[in-house]
Design a protein around this ligand. Structure first.
Ligand code: SF4
Length: 167
């Protein structure tokens, strides 16, 4: 399903905003190294194996919902691990924010099939204010002439930009 009136900032950008501002900047400048990461392939395999039958993807141009459970009115975001759960939560809240703007009431659920965990996510009026601040902040970051500093974190080793940041 494809819906018009698309957001111009993607769910992935919201996710990266919480993980690393440098990653957000690199991705937003269309510098992509995702194909070099085995983790991305693992993610695709999880999606294919876990949800082959019930999956119904929904796509707004900037965001892609992994699958929608029509009978429950729940949009699901599937993730490999909870290592950056805060980023996952805000990515999903961003999706809820857009559905809310379209006048469509849905709930969100984070799905971690590898550890058999699910978590329901809501959107509050405070969340809406925070998302609008985040969008403005992302605009500012993307406009930087040079990339933000590396974060020197243990998550860097699993990042697709690792080789670019630590040559
Ligand atoms: S390797 Fe680390 S510093 Fe570089 S983009 Fe990824 S998370 Fe950010």
């Amino acid at each position: 399903m494809k819906i018009k009136n698309a957001p111009y900032i993607t769910g992935t950008q919201i996710n990266y905003y919480f993980i690393c501002k440098r990653k957000l900047w690199l991705f937003s400048r269309n510098i992509s190294m995702e194909h070099t990461s085995g983790l991305v392939e693992i993610g695709s395999i999880i999606h294919e194996n876990s949800y082959a039958r019930k999956r119904k993807e929904i796509e707004l141009d900037g965001i892609k919902i992994d699958f929608f459970e029509k009978n429950k009115g729940i949009i699901n975001e599937v993730k490999k691990s909870k290592a950056v759960e805060g980023a996952h939560i805000w990515q999903l809240k961003y999706y809820l924010y857009h559905f809310n703007k379209l006048g469509i009431k849905v709930k969100g659920q984070l799905d971690y099939p590898l550890i058999r965990r699910r978590k329901l996510i809501n959107l509050t009026s405070e969340d809406i204010k925070k998302i609008e601040e985040i969008l403005s902040d992302i605009d500012n970051i993307i406009a930087y002439k040079a990339s933000p500093e590396k974060i020197e974190s243990k998550i860097c080793k699993k990042c697709s930009y690792y080789e670019l940041c630590y040559v």
